[in-house]
Design a protein around this ligand. Structure first.
Ligand SMILES: O=c1ccn([C@@H]2O[C@H](COP(=O)(O)OP(=O)(O)O[C@H]3O[C@H](CO)[C@@H](O)[C@H](O)[C@H]3O)[C@@H](O)[C@H]2O)c(=O)[nH]1
Ligand SMILES: [Mn+2]
Length: 737
């Protein structure tokens, strides 16, 4: 009986499907009317139409781009699905497969070593047989600080793991456990023995913290963005813990070789090195990938993921199980939408109902075999060498099942030539690494690209989103980090859209239409910058000059525009509310959409285009993960922290100036001429933009705290000059053409 029970169930949200599709139909019909209205203009007699061609064309083009992205967006709402897992129905521990965990870190100055070690410890403490768990850390900084800290972490693990196991601790990231205001210590909460052990472990953790501090002080932090040799070391398990002797998972430090003259392909390159090295050490069939700032908040994720990977109905074509990214540092109103609500609460569910969610960089259990590319067992050794490189051990691993890693010499820098070969920077030259094998290169959004290609090659994925967050990361909670990270993402995403893997061309023959549209949305939504810039300038300038761009109030088409506007806003509001958000969250998301579109989307697109023409090199600046108390406080108080570069502030301030001045000028003109009926929508637009972006105005004119927009001469002069140039140039152009 037990064996026939399914390991997981999936459920389609039927009422949601109905509502979504009805909304699509209505909204789409209205869009068709809009296009009809705009097109009619071009067939009117130029003398009687009363509006110049250029502004009409610009606004129409913007509406077309918005509608295009809207259509792509609907694919996520076509077939939303969610899943439930039953890990208690899994086979016994002896029958479970081994798992390799990959953790990437790059820069100990931006990624606090203590936090990285907390991630490592939380992964080692997963609820899984320890002899079947192997944790590999990739240190792209090649820093002795990380290596030495790992040795300390291993010592602490020999206390921490037995404690977690004995008292069935739920949160096994020590930092999170000790800083939580309340812990669900379960049955043991009142036990004297537990309390004594907890006190003792807390002291050990404090000592561990001090150790890390000392390690940092002793070794001056040299982040070698330059050259360093490969180092692979298995960390010694002293097993000094006294609570109970338990076996600890294997812990391996890997710093791949770097030379300035060789491309290192950022995180994807680091993951591929781990992928090869782990293949010759443990070769586990499943791999958990974690960013260094994303700890395991619940030890159950491995078993939950196996509910899919071990399900004979799902597993043959299953590449990975993705858990949504969730964060521990989100405030109530989340003024930067740091949690990416729409992505992880709406879009991924939608993709799960198609061919599966896109790979999201961290928090996923990948099947090793799915990254082998198109290799076939019958390939000769020579062919395989051209494919995966010259390491015979690695080639052997392709055909071999997993093995227990007792053959490696623990505690030493691994002497094995072969392992160093696999971590060397020229290993991949002339092979298919990054093109067909492993994590793919060519964009800094390696996750989306790899996930897309897996889906194209026939692999599926699933989303696992249990009520208790399995992983918790650190999200960007200040404007500067948010926008800098945004540039990288949007540039990386558009890279894919502009490459030969453009989803709209590469996808349709390889996957269903809705899934193709989802990927197209992910790669093209940075194009939001074009319509948003247009809507922030063109209707406003036309208002100033009395050029109507929208139907007048008495025109039946007026209601089409009102309907589209309200329908989009209402749909968004309903989604925010139904995914646990508030009306304030809805406003915040609208605002952040505008702010990021005119800044990081724009710069991201420019970056991608320049890269396409070979005028810029790809770069991956890791996000800053050092917590700044002042910044955190501003975020918690819902105050934007405008301490960012003028590169971001100038566009915001410029557009604010244009909107304010055009509104004042426009009102004055409308009152003197009395054509408010014709200009109604254009009169509405600037105050809507200003009110929604009130924090920018407040930041310049009202706030006095550190996070305000400091009215430096450079900022004010540049913004005013930009505003004047845009106004004067466009103003005359829009009237004439
Ligand atoms: O050359 C590099 C650069 C970065 N990293 C690591 O990559 C991870 C992600 O970098 P982070 O700075 O945290 O970037 P985020 O923007 O927060 O990451 C998101 O976006 C990335 C793609 O741009 C994905 O890879 C991540 O999984 C996803 O969480 C971190 O663990 C870094 O240590 C490296 O190992 N080598
Ligand atoms: Mn990150």
């Amino acid at each position: 009986m037990e064996e026939t029970l399914p390991l997981s169930l999936s459920r389609v949200h039927k009422p949601l499907v109905f509502i979504n599709r009805l909304h699509m139909l209505l909204h789409f019909t209205a869009l068709c009317f809009l296009v009809y209205y705009r097109l009619c203009f071009f067939f009117q007699d130029p003398k009687t139409r009363g509006t110049p061609l250029l502004p009409w064309f610009l606004v129409f083009a913007s509406e077309i781009i918005l509608s295009f992205i809207w259509i792509l967006d609907q694919a996520f709402r076509w077939h939303p699905t969610s899943r439930t897992v039953f890990p208690e129905r899994l086979p016994k521990d002896e029958k479970l497969p081994p798992i390799d965990v990959f953790i990437c870190t790059a820069d100990p100055t931006k990624e606090p070593t203590l936090d990285v070690m907390n991630t490592v410890l939380s992964a080692m403490a997963l609820d899984y047989p320890p002899q079947k768990l192997h944790v590999y850390v990739s240190d792209d900084g090649g820093s002795p600080v990380t290596l030495n800290a790992m040795k300390k972490a291993m010592q602490f693990a020999s206390w921490w793991l037995p404690f977690c196991i004995r008292y069935r601790i739920k949160c096994r990231c020590p930092k999170a456990y000790f800083s939580a205001s309340e812990n669900h210590d379960g049955d043991f909460a009142g036990s004297i023995e537990f309390l004594a052990d907890k006190k003792m472990i807390k002291e050990k953790y404090e000592a561990f913290q001090q150790d890390i501090k000392r390690v940092k002080e002793e070794q001056e932090i040299l982040v070698s963005s330059g050259d360093h040799p490969p180092i692979v070391e298995v960390i010694q398990d002293n097993n000094s813990g006294e609570i109970e002797q338990v076996k600890l998972p294997l812990l391996v430090y890997v710093s791949r070789e770097k030379k300035r003259s060789y491309p290192h392909h950022f995180k994807a390159g680091a993951l591929n090195v781990l992928y090869r090295i782990s293949a010759v050490i443990s070769n586990a069939p499943f791999i958990l990938v974690l960013d260094c700032d994303m700890f395991c908040n619940d030890p159950a994720s491995a078993r939950q993921a196996l509910c899919f990977h071990l399900d004979p109905k799902i597993s043959p074509s299953l590449a990975f199980v993705q858990f949504p990214q969730k964060y521990h540092n989100i405030s109530k109103n989340d003024i930067y939408d740091s949690q990416h609500r729409s992505a992880y609460k709406v879009m991924w569910q939608g993709m799960d109902g198609l061919k599966g969610p896109v790979l999201s960089g961290t928090g996923f259990y990948m099947r090793r075999e799915s990254l082998y590319g198109n290799y076939k067992i019958k390939d000769t050794d020579l062919e395989l060498q051209l494919y995966v490189g010259t390491s015979n051990k690695f080639i052997k691993s392709l055909e071999q099942n997993w093995r227990t890693p007792d053959s490696v010499s623990v505690g030493h820098t691994l002497p094995e030539e072969e392992i160093l070969l696999l971590a060397s920077c020229d290993y991949e030259i002339g092979t298919k690494w990054g093109a067909e094998v492993g994590f793919l290169y060519g964009t800094v959004c390696e996750d989306v690209h790899t996930g897309f290609m897996l889906n194209c090659n026939g692999w599926n994925s699933v989303l696992c989103d249990p009520p208790n967050p399995q992983f918790l990361g650190n999200s960007t909670t200040n404007l500067n980090d948010l926008l800098v990270q945004g540039i990288r993402w949007y540039s990386g995403l558009l890279d894919i859209g502009l490459s030969r893997f453009c989803p709209l061309i590469y996808g349709p023959l390889r996957m269903s239409l809705p899934q193709t549209l989802c990927y197209a949305q992910l790669t093209y939504f940075p194009l939001y910058c074009l319509p948003l810039w247009c809507f922030a300038i063109v209707p406003q300038l036309c208002l100033l000059d009395g050029i109507p761009l929208y139907p007048k109030v008495s025109d039946p088409f007026f209601f089409i525009f009102v309907f589209i506007f309200l329908s989009a806003l209402t749909k968004h509001l309903v989604e925010v509310l139904s995914t646990g958000g508030t009306i304030r969250k809805w406003i915040v998301e609208q605002r952040i959409w505008m702010m990021t579109s005119i800044t990081s989307h724009l710069y991201g697109c420019l970056d991608a285009v320049l890269k396409k023409f070979g005028l810029r090199k790809a770069s991956f600046v890791p996000t800053n993960k050092v917590e700044d108390d002042e910044q955190t406080m501003l975020y918690q108080m819902d105050k934007y922290d405008f301490r960012t570069s003028n590169m971001f502030l100038v566009p915001m301030v410029t557009l604010l100036i244009i909107n304010l001045s055009c509104f004042i000028g426009g009102i004055y003109r409308v009152f003197s001429v009395g054509d408010w009926e014709k200009m109604f929508i254009q009169l509405f637009l600037p105050p809507y933009i200003i009110v929604l972006n009130y924090p920018i105005f407040e930041g310049i004119a009202i706030r006095k705290d550190v996070g305000r927009i400091y009215p430096s001469l450079a900022l004010l002069v540049t913004s005013n000059i930009f505003a004047s140039i845009i106004t004067s140039m466009l103003y005359s152009l829009l009237r004439k053409v």
